[in-house]
Design a protein around this ligand. Structure first.
Ligand code: ADP
Length: 185
């Protein structure tokens, strides 16, 4: 978990590789669907471009299907999910059904100035439709309002691992690895 621009996607790939598990990114799945103009993509395009959250039913259904796939049997990393209380509840239900539980919730922190700078830079490189100044502000607001409170939920459950997202990619990756190993011990 972490605000837009904290580096979730980048670090998710690193963690997944380290543990030999799939990184499941709701944002990536939605973007692929938008790009391919699938029925799902057509449904979510507008809200994504505006910086809002896709509806819980759609998002929960997507994750339920994805977690049912064979490659998720040996573990998985969720990137960008859950982001609302209803998604936390839905995930709890899915995990109970699968007989699995979360090992940890990584919170990647970065201050607002830094994430805005990163997102504007990414806009130049990748040209993501939602990386413009107005949408970035919306995404940060939505994160603060809808998702940041969930950190307390996972902290209460003893699952939260907070990691400073400032620094180069490898440095942050090492911090996450160390924090997860320390949690395991
Ligand atoms: P960011 O790091 O900017 O939040 P993501 O790739 O994680 O980027 O998400 C991009 C967009 O995809 C979000 O702004 C939202 O519209 C949609 N999205 C991704 N995950 C979720 C989710 N769990 N619930 C609702 N919408 C989501």
């Amino acid at each position: 978990m972490g605000p837009p621009g904290a580096g979730k996607g980048t670090q998710a790939k690193g963690i997944a590789e380290r543990y030999g598990i799939p990184a499941i990114s709701t944002g990536d799945i939605f973007r692929t669907n938008v790009k391919n103009e699938t029925p799902l993509g057509l449904k979510v395009k507008e809200i994504m471009n505006a910086g809002g959250y896709v509806g819980d039913d759609i998002t929960n259904g997507l994750i339920a299907n994805r977690l049912a796939e064979e490659d998720a049997r040996g573990g998985f990393l969720l990137d960008g999910y859950p982001r609302t209380p209803a998604q936390v509840e839905a995930l709890d239900g899915m995990l109970a059904e699968l007989g699995e539980k979360l090992d940890a919730v990584v919170s990647l922190t970065a201050d607002t100035d830094e994430v805005v700078t990163r997102l504007l830079k990414r806009a130049e490189i990748e040209g993501r439709a939602d990386d413009n100044e107005e949408t970035i502000r919306t995404r940060l607001d939505v994160y603060a309002k809808e998702t940041a409170p969930l950190l307390a939920t996972y902290a209460d459950r003893g699952l939260l691992v907070e990691v400073d997202g400032l620094g180069d990619i490898d440095e942050v990756g090492q911090r996450i690895a160390d924090a997860l190993e320390a949690k395991k011990a």
